[in-house]
Design a protein around this ligand. Structure first.
Ligand code: SAJ
Length: 429
């Protein structure tokens, strides 16, 4: 099938790169966002998210004349839904499907026979057939016979989105075989990775399984770090040696798991089948309790937090991105402040952001200025390369805590620091 015009609903981390990539491949795209600020920023030639290369891509898309942004969807050959699926407010850990539902509803009056609708948002199993299809069928047409409907999750890694969007293998799950095939016709516009066709629910499960697999594996790494602290060994060394085994690949411990995907998606499986998911639920609890574990370490090292000044390096959910959503670094900082420490944060990718109770500093010098201890929570490239001699000259305290296992311990000790590393028997020197 040929596509001349595509309407992309949701211009976030996934929708904006997808819309722009279609446009730079010659397809007319209307990118829609219900957030007026997002539309205004884009119309002014800026972008509202930080992602390497994205600004250039979006400029290229506008320059090609193929990308328009709007507050409302328009008739098109294909509709792509790429809106957020956060967790509902409250403690229930259930998927909030409001944005998917609203996006599907907004398509109904525009839907024509032969159109393709693709849901890309991460969603609980059966969403495409049980939630989206019935809404679209309010048009009087039937999914799979009058129009095509598929689920195709985005699996790109923030920080590498533009590369992975094109090169990654892509799964397209149709409500029937033809819908999957029509979906493939659309994505072959730019996807160079393998395209695998399946049914819609399998494709939904694939996405959730990938992120759950990673969450569970990080949980075991975090548990290993706690065991290493307990037994007085170095978890980083133990992992390195374990990974020499040809069938072992243990991930990295850290202050917890954040971001809008891995810390959320496993709950969609727990919600859908609570009795079948004890391991997945437990892994979430382990990773969610890791910030509190890190705070305990800091508390022990500093012999109490009350009245201590702590310089926090990094707040984003992972290195070299500007995204603070579900960030464990924010949670560590919040708890440190709640327990009476004076916390000064430095986050070069989001200089005005801090955590509740903490203070955002605009320079590294200012952050370190009167600190008793410095703690690395995010291993941004610039922080990895930090010279301990520079830090020693900038701050009065002599305590350094590394929760990412990236600082050269000897260099910090040589610079006069007491050095503590997560998962290293609680201490290094
Ligand atoms: N993390 C660790 N230890 C590790 C790896 C990661 O503690 O060894 C932490 C990170 O610091 C971060 C969190 O896990 O807080 C998640 O980071 P990530 O880099 O593992 O993943 P995301 O959330 O940026 O992107 C994931 C990717 N999924 C998988 O790798 C299976 C990406 O491919 C998905 O497209 C994305 O989720 C998504 O949108 O679902």
């Amino acid at each position: 099938m040929e596509f001349n015009k595509v309407c992309v609903l949701g211009l976030g981390y996934i929708g904006l790169p997808t819309a722009s990539t279609f446009a730079t491949h010659g397809i007319h795209v209307v990118g829609v966002d219900v957030n007026q600020r997002v539309v205004d920023v884009l119309r002014n030639g800026d972008i509202h998210i930080h992602e390497p290369g994205l600004s250039t891509l979006v400029k290229g898309a506008f320059y090609s004349g193929c990308l328009l942004v709007s507050e409302k969807p328009e008739e098109a050959d294909a509709f792509i839904i790429a809106v957020p699926t956060p967790l509902e407010d409250g403690d229930l850990k259930r998927a909030d499907m409001r944005y998917v539902i609203a996006a599907a509803e907004s398509i109904v009056p525009l839907l024509k026979p032969g159109n393709l609708v693709v849901l890309e948002s991460t969603s609980p199993p059966r969403t495409t057939v049980d939630v989206v299809a019935p809404i679209l069928e309010r048009s009087g047409m039937k999914a799979g016979s009058d129009f095509y409907l598929a689920y195709s999750p985005e699996r790109v890694l923030p920080g590498k989105i533009l590369h992975e969007l094109i090169e990654n293998a892509r799964v397209i799950g149709g409500v029937d075989q033809t819908s999957a095939e029509v979906g493939r016709d659309l994505y072959t516009t730019f996807v160079r990775g393998e395209i695998r066709l399946t049914d819609a629910t399998t494709a939904e499960m694939v996405k959730l399984m990938e992120n759950t697999y990673r969450d569970v594996n990080i949980a075991v790494a975090n548990e290993f770090a706690r065991l290493a602290d307990h037994f007085g060994i170095d978890v980083w060394e133990a992992i390195e040696i374990s990974n020499l085994h040809p069938r072992v690949n243990i991930l990295q411990p850290g202050p917890g798991v954040g971001g809008h995907c891995i810390s959320i998606d496993p709950w969609f499986l727990v919600e859908a089948a609570p009795d079948l998911t004890p391991l997945i639920r437990q892994a979430r609890f382990v990773n969610d309790s890791q910030p509190a574990y890190v705070v305990q370490l800091v508390e022990r090292v500093l012999e109490g937090l009350e009245g201590k000044t702590i310089a926090v390096l990094g707040l984003t959910y992972k290195p070299d991105v500007d995204d603070l959503r579900e960030s464990p670094a924010v949670e560590v900082t919040r708890i440190l402040a709640e327990r009476g420490a004076r916390v000064q944060t430095y986050e070069p990718f989001a200089p005005h952001e801090s955590a509740p109770g903490a203070h955002a500093m605009s320079t590294l010098d200012e952050t370190l200025g009167d600190a008793d201890a410095v703690i690395l929570l995010v291993d941004h490239r610039a922080f990895r390369a930090l010279d301990p001699q520079f830090v020693a000259a900038a701050m009065p305290g002599r305590v350094a805590i590394d929760t990412r296992g990236v600082w050269n311990r000897k260099a910090w000790v040589d610079a006069g620091f007491q050095m503590y590393v997560l998962g290293v028997g609680g201490a290094y020197a």
